[in-house]
Ligand binder design. Structure first.
Ligand SMILES: [Zn+2]
Length: 214
């Protein structure tokens, strides 16, 4: 059975961690109405392909498996979203220096318990490395490396201390790894930072007008 050796550094990730990119597969995640990116099982496969977690032939394989077993594919998607939401809540809690909810941790632990039996050692030039089994029937395969990535990040300081949540007031809620020197990053990117700046500018202007200064 062919397997997958996954090096997160070689994936096309925005945050640098597979688990954080996965947790960001809903937009406006901290708002009342997040925008779901994983609406079908095919969306999950496409996400994995787009970041290079799986190759084109495997994407085709899982798409056809999903079509052949629609009920299992739908269940897999529900579990994938449960896991993602648990990861999102665990990381946002830790980022706020709160304890994660036990129910969320137990979802992450369940995902790990599903994943780890499929991890094995394999020889590569100069040593050994971890390899994921790739059983043809495992529709939830993608969640295995995601779970391992989460376990790795949750147990690695200082990266865990650098996990931040975009502070955008409209609820962007994007998770990122703050690599700034003094841990001062507050927003996911320019658009949220600029919106906050415009808001502050408007508030100052309004204050001046209210104070009769303009
Ligand atoms: Zn943002």
């Amino acid at each position: 059975m062919a397997g997958y050796i996954i090096d997160e550094n070689e994936l096309d990730l925005e945050s640098g961690w597979l688990c954080l990119d996965y947790a960001n597969t809903a937009e406006w995640h901290a708002s009342d109405q997040p925008i779901e990116q994983l609406n079908t099982y095919a969306d999950l496969v496409e996400w994995a392909r787009s970041i290079g977690l799986i190759g084109e032939p495997d994407a085709r394989h899982w798409l056809s498996e999903g079509n052949r077993r629609p009920e299992e594919a739908a269940e897999t998607l529900l579990w994938a979203i449960d896991l993602r939401e648990a990861l999102y809540r665990v990381f946002t809690a830790l980022s706020a220096e709160d304890q994660p909810a036990p129910a969320d941790l137990s979802i992450v632990n369940q995902a790990l318990a599903d994943a780890l039996p499929h991890l094995r050692l394999t020889a590569r030039p100069g040593g050994m490395t971890w390899e994921w089994e790739r059983p043809d029937a495992a529709l939830e395969w993608f969640l295995w490396p995601v779970s391992q990535s989460a376990a790795d990040l949750l147990t690695s300081s200082p990266d865990l201390e650098r996990v931040g949540v975009c502070e955008d007031e409209d609820g962007c809620g994007w998770l990122f790894l703050d690599t700034s020197k003094n841990h001062s990053r507050r927003y996911c990117g320019y658009s949220c930072a600029n919106r906050a700046k415009a808001r502050r500018h408007y508030a100052r202007k309004k204050q001046r007008a209210d104070d009769g200064l303009d």
